[in-house]
Design a protein around this ligand. Structure first.
Ligand code: GAR
Length: 193
């Protein structure tokens, strides 16, 4: 699931195709056709489905459409790779322990929108990113992997976000493998599945 540039989506596809993640990305769902993730999926040959949130009367209705899309593909695990909509217990309940989110802060600090700007405004000297299982509360749930990134005096939102994204691309495939391992499938090539 992606709403933005799709760099985390691409990192996941590459981790599946070039190792070490023993998985395949069956579908990308976007909520806006003009998002960067779409072009990446086309280039990478991953099927795309548009679910425009504006066409659904409620968050629950959008989540029901997401569930139908994922079930049609028979997916085992769902990743919110920059999905900028709040999900409901409807989606979370359909994929218990199987819904992973990536967020650009060291949770539980700086939940919600503009986490990088929040970290700069707070003056912290260390920020980073968190991959976690999704719970009903926004940007919360059992933490799978975190990476810390120093905040430099010269940092702008863009420079800090760029360094955090390098770490996101590293930890998100690890988090997917860990989530799979918790379910009893290793997700890592070379290990028993
Ligand atoms: C990522 O930095 C991700 O952590 C953030 O959106 C960005 C998407 O980048 N997600 C959130 O803020 C969710 N609360 P991408 O489209 O290049 O992967």
């Amino acid at each position: 699931m992606a709403s933005g540039a799709g760099s985390n989506f691409e990192a996941l596809v590459r981790a599946c195709r070039q190792g070490p993640l023993a998985a395949t990305v069956e579908l990308l769902v976007v909520n806006r056709m003009d998002c960067g993730a779409r072009g990446r999926a086309e280039r990478l040959g991953v099927p795309i489905q548009l679910l425009d949130h504006q066409l659904y009367p409620s968050r629950d209705d959008l989540d029901r459409a997401l569930i139908a899309a994922f079930q049609a593909q028979g997916v085992d695990l769902v990743v919110m790779a920059g999905w900028m909509r709040i999900v409901t217990p409807v989606l979370i309940g359909a994929f218990p322990q199987r819904l992973v989110n990536i967020h650009p802060s060291l949770l539980p600090s700086f939940r919600g929108l503009d986490a990088v700007g929040q970290a700069l405004a707070a003056g912290v000297s260390l920020s980073g990113c968190t991959a976690h299982l999704v719970a009903a509360e926004v940007d919360a749930g059992p933490i799978l992997v975190q990476a810390a990134v120093p905040v430099l005096a010269v940092d702008t939102r863009a420079s800090l976000a760029a360094r955090i994204q390098v770490q996101e691309h590293r930890i998100l495939p690890l988090a997917v493998a860990l989530a799979a391992a918790r379910l009893g499938t290793s997700g890592i090539e070379g290990q028993q599945r």
